[in-house]
Write a protein that binds this ligand. Structure first.
Ligand SMILES: [Zn+2]
Length: 687
């Protein structure tokens, strides 16, 4: 059936006289392995001049294949850049402008849809939640493996990515199981901040955690390439690239997203394998959008039509490139748009910039003041390109996703209001941004006090900045300073009265003060403004359940799951609500589903423990509660639950110890009171 479809696809395209028909399909189609190493700067790769020896696997591919010396990303953000790599469209034309807030349009073709239609098996294996299927890149893939353990609230957030070893294992197994031609896209996240390299590589590159992460990713590339070659020794094309680079201090930027300088746009691009001439090096500009058409031509597959990218196999290239970032808009700052023509690069910003990359590759001398005719010329080209911009519907990110985006270093979510006409130039906002990064680091390390001090000063310095206000309220809430959190958010509500995220934050804050009815009102307003707001729905479910209305709670939680079926926190919440409805089997199934998605979901382990208590199986229950405390020592409720169970198991001393601990350390005053009451009973019984 697939074969017939593939043949028909050829006929249809050739009938239209497409350029695809000029390239004859090879008798045995080659399989394609596309590896995108997130956040890999070109200058860290040996084939691009690095002498640090970080990338032996990539360098070997380069030596046996084709190196694009000047490969550039269109946007230093993961989802938009991958959308470009897979579709051959610039962000202007696929419309995915930021992480978390946009969905790739259903009407556009990609490498995956095209190869699927040509009879390939297609599999994607991604390492970060930014590329979750809900953002639209899964279409065309038979398998889209995006099961990534999501950190629960208040825990270390570093777990929202998965290590490349796990991804490579799954991708390798899938590749091995393929009998016919396959397309495997494997996304590795190692070089992305926060940097946590494996100990041996950290030791090999002391004080250079980013470099060590690059080496870690390369080690995984080696494994993947070996797996693919074993499976397809003769007919295999391998392409390795990155979605963007990393600032590492250039222009004051430590990570990526705020600017469009080459430190975050220059990426490696290497293609190697069947039909690729060995040792070819190309100096022409190779854009992210050029990759898909070039790979399709290499495989002899039908071309994508109506795209920005072009097939680079004949040599040459567009010679010019577009770049942008909307990331600053999340802070209310100006968006950046850029056009590069050969070595001349123009950046449209409140203070425009012009660089001659041949003479000034580090972009240190802004020529905009002295070369106004070049500025006018490039600005004209850029503005003409911007006229063709598509405007797809933006979907708001859920609060939970937003939290995870932040944990992945994307501190600002989507801009609700967007920057005004007098928006700050990101260059001028850099001191604010750096302080903000510092506040986030303090928060991540648990120093909430220091974080709140920095954020308070940021709110004073940039009062219209909702990201600053919301971050401050979140830190205050986590510091049990709910009334202050509420007043910060009330001010934010004045700035942006129709912002669902602010309303959701208000619901969280007033719920923290015990105002259930008011919290429900805020969530209802947030959901009315954004019906796809998963975290608001999930929280609303909790609020209804707390108020004893399990029917409404269940309704809200089912709506949340319909939007985000991979969300372990929502499954766990569904378990709690089903338990409230006395649907024990349904509850157990929900908790187990949560744990299948996230084996360290403390809430779900706790729920299973409670179910065991209700069944009178105290030894089983104790194991579950112990597991909770293992994965999350701050889960105070489980400690008190364990105390109750230990008493049932005839271990009053252990029960006393656990309840005393709970009374001492629990953050929730109601739980402390419960522990105190339990201790009183325990002592009375002992007398
Ligand atoms: Zn990325």
């Amino acid at each position: 059936m697939t074969r017939i479809t593939a043949a028909l696809a050829w006929l249809a395209l050739c009938g239209l006289g497409s350029a695809a028909c000029q390239a004859r399909p090879p008798r045995t189609p080659s399989s394609l392995l596309l590896v995108t190493i997130d956040t890999l700067r070109a200058d860290r790769v040996g084939a691009y001049g690095s002498t640090a020896g970080l990338t032996p696997a990539l360098d070997q591919l380069a030596a046996s294949g084709w190196v694009f010396e000047r490969a550039v990303s269109a946007v230093p953000l993961t989802l938009p850049s991958h959308a470009t790599i897979l579709s051959g469209l610039d962000p202007l034309h696929h419309g995915v402008r930021n992480n978390g807030t946009f969905v790739f349009p259903e009407t556009r073709e990609t490498l995956a849809t095209r190869l699927k239609a040509s009879g390939y098996s297609t599999g994607a294996f991604v390492s970060a939640v930014v590329l979750d299927r809900r953002y639209g890149l899964a279409r065309g893939f038979d398998v889209y493996d995006d099961t990534i353990t999501r950190a629960s609230e208040g825990r270390s957030d570093l777990e929202s990515e998965r290590p490349c070893g796990a991804v490579v294992e799954r991708a390798g197994a899938w590749i091995e199981s393929q009998a016919g031609p396959f397309f495997a896209w494997v996304h590795l996240y190692e070089p992305h901040a926060p940097y946590a390299p494996p100990p041996d590589l950290a030791a090999a590159h002391p004080g250079r955690p980013y470099d060590a992460e690059v080496a870690a990713a390369d080690r995984c590339v080696a494994e993947l390439v070996a797996a693919a070659r074993t499976s397809r020794p003769d007919h295999l094309v391998t392409a390795v690239t990155s979605d963007h680079g990393e600032g590492l201090g250039d222009h004051g930027e430590s990570t990526h997203g705020l600017f469009v300088y080459q430190s975050t746009l220059d990426v490696p691009l290497v293609i190697s394998g069947t039909g690729i001439p060995k040792g070819r090096r190309t100096r022409d500009l190779a854009r992210g959008a050029d990759l898909a058409p070039t790979l399709l031509a290499t495989l002899g597959a039908p071309a994508l039509t109506g795209i920005d990218g072009r097939d680079l196999t004949p040599g040459g290239g567009a010679g010019e490139s577009y770049a942008e970032t909307d990331y600053p808009a999340g802070f209310g700052w100006a968006r950046l748009r850029s056009w590069r023509l050969g070595d001349l690069k123009f950046i449209e910003a409140p203070e425009a910039e012009l660089y001659d990359l041949a003479l000034d590759p580090k972009e240190e001398r802004n020529l905009a003041g002295s070369r106004s005719s070049d500025v006018d010329r490039l600005r004209g080209v850029l503005r003409a390109a911007l006229k063709s911009e598509v405007r797809p519907g933006e979907r708001r990110v859920s609060g939970e996703t937003e939290e995870r985006l932040r944990s992945l270093g994307y501190v600002a979510g989507g801009a609700t209001a967007g920057p005004g006409p007098n928006a700050l130039d990101p260059k001028s906002a850099l001191p604010l941004f750096r302080d903000f990064e510092r506040a986030m680091e303090r928060e991540a390390s648990g120093d909430l006090k220091a974080s709140s001090v920095i954020l308070t000063s940021l709110v004073t310095r940039d009062p219209a900045n909702l990201t600053f206000r919301r971050s401050l309220s979140s830190v205050l809430r986590r510091s049990s300073r709910a009334p202050e959190a509420v007043s910060v958010l009330r001010e934010a509500e004045k700035v942006a009265p129709e912002d669902p995220a602010v309303l959701h934050d208000l619901a969280l804050a007033v719920a923290g003060q015990g105002h259930l009815v008011q919290a429900i009102e805020f969530e209802d307003r947030a959901i009315a403004l954004d019906p796809a707001f998963v975290d608001a729905l999930n929280h609303l479910a909790t609020l209804h359940a707390l108020g004893g209305d399990f029917v409404k709670g269940r309704e809200a939680v089912e709506r949340a799951l319909a939007l985000d079926a991979n969300n372990a926190r929502v499954w766990s919440n569904r378990g709690n609500i089903a338990r409230g409805q006395r649907q024990i089997e349904e509850a157990a199934r929900s908790y187990e589903r949560a744990l299948a998605l996230a084996p360290e979901q403390a809430e779900a382990w706790n729920g299973l423990g409670v179910l065991e208590v209700e069944r009178g199986r105290f030894d089983e229950a104790a194991l579950r509660f112990e597991r909770v405390l293992e994965v999350d020592p701050g889960f105070d409720e489980a400690r008190l639950n364990l105390a109750v169970v230990e008493l049932q198991r005839g271990r009053p001393d252990r029960a006393m110890e656990l309840a005393t601990d709970t009374k001492r350390v629990a953050r929730d005053p109601a739980l402390r009171a419960k522990a105190a009451a339990f201790l009183r009973d325990l002592r009375a019984a002992a007398r």
